[in-house]
Design a protein around this ligand. Structure first.
Ligand SMILES: NC(=O)c1ccc[n+]([C@@H]2O[C@H](COP(=O)([O-])OP(=O)(O)OC[C@H]3O[C@@H](n4cnc5c(N)ncnc54)[C@H](OP(=O)(O)O)[C@@H]3O)[C@@H](O)[C@H]2O)c1
Length: 268
């Protein structure tokens, strides 16, 4: 058997992964996809030169299966796969919030499962994919999952007990920044700037700040102090942010996201 990887339920995230793998040097001949609709299968075939097969065929042929259906579709997908999937195949779940035990309970005893929570910047190769091992996954399985997800950004291993926290920080993370950009663009309009110019200014400030955070090696406090001169403009803005409890609001917001992730994982 070739070292085939199959992406099952190739939607937005599945296709981003597939194209990241191909750009990273995987041969399309070693990749399989499955889709629910024939026209989607055809689209994937034409766009990426990969074979589109049934879920059962993927389970029989591939040695690694990446499941990227929506969480609510996972149970029925596993029912389709269970009868065809030998216990030595690696199952990687990209579905938010579903614990590895969910898969282990429904697949052959001993099946290695790796859980990955990625985020939408996977679509532009800037994902953070948070990876945890199920009870039967080895170091080699984790390394294989990292190799796949490194094609669309960075990866970080955490114990599964930290997945809900990671979901709150990085799964939902991009949304907080979009929310900030939206609010700051409104502020720009209040200050008399046209919307498109306000948007460009804020987006470039966000990109500049993100690159400084990533590449300078400096603590965020130090980077902020560098922009905060005595009696200057920035400290006036910071005073307002503190007065309105923005720091406490962010802590509470991420705690709420973590709690919701826990609820979803327990099926509530
Ligand atoms: N998008 C995000 O922000 C994000 C971030 C992190 C993680 N995730 C996770 O990634 C997963 C995919 O999300 P997505 O946004 O890529 O969803 P999506 O675009 O809806 O992709 C899921 C695909 O699976 C297909 N599908 C469903 N059941 C199937 C089956 N039994 N056999 C074959 N194909 C099947 C769907 O077909 P149809 O087109 O017919 O519906 C759809 O194309 C989710 O589990 C989500 O939790 C998403």
């Amino acid at each position: 058997m070739a070292h085939k990887v199959a992406v099952l339920g190739t939607g937005k995230i599945g296709e981003a992964l597939l194209s990241g793998m191909i750009r990273g040097g995987w041969a399309p001949a070693d990749l399989l996809v499955t889709a629910r609709r024939p026209e989607r299968a055809e689209e994937l075939r034409t766009r990426h030169g990969v074979a589109a097969v049934s879920n059962a065929e993927a389970a029989k042929t591939a040695d690694t299966l990446i499941l990227t259906v929506k969480p609510q579709d996972m149970d029925s997908l596993l029912r389709e796969l269970a009868a065809h999937l030998p216990a030595d195949r690696l199952v990687i779940s990209g579905a938010a919030g579903i614990p590895t035990a969910f898969f282990e309970d429904r697949l052959a005893a001993g099946t290695p499962v790796v859980r990955v929570m990625t985020n939408t910047p996977a679509l532009v190769d800037e994902a953070m994919s948070v990876i945890s091992a199920g009870s039967h996954a080895t170091e080699a399985h984790l390394a294989h999952a990292e190799e796949i997800f490194n094609g669309v950004g960075k990866t970080l291993r955490v114990p599964e007990s930290q997945q809900d926290a990671a979901t709150a920080l990085s799964g939902s993370g991009p949304a907080y920044f979009y929310f900030l950009v939206e609010a700051m663009t409104d502020a720009g309009i209040l200050l008399g700037l046209p919307r498109d110019k306000a948007h460009d200014l804020i987006v470039q400030a966000a990109i500049g700040a993100a690159v400084m955070l990533r590449d300078s090696g400096e603590h965020p406090v130090k980077l902020r102090e560098n922009v905060t001169s005595p009696a200057g403009t920035t400290i006036n803005a910071i005073r307002e942010l503190e007065k309105h409890g923005v720091r406490a609001a962010l802590i509470a917001a991420l705690e709420a996201a973590r709690d919701r992730s826990r609820e979803l994982a327990s099926g509530t």
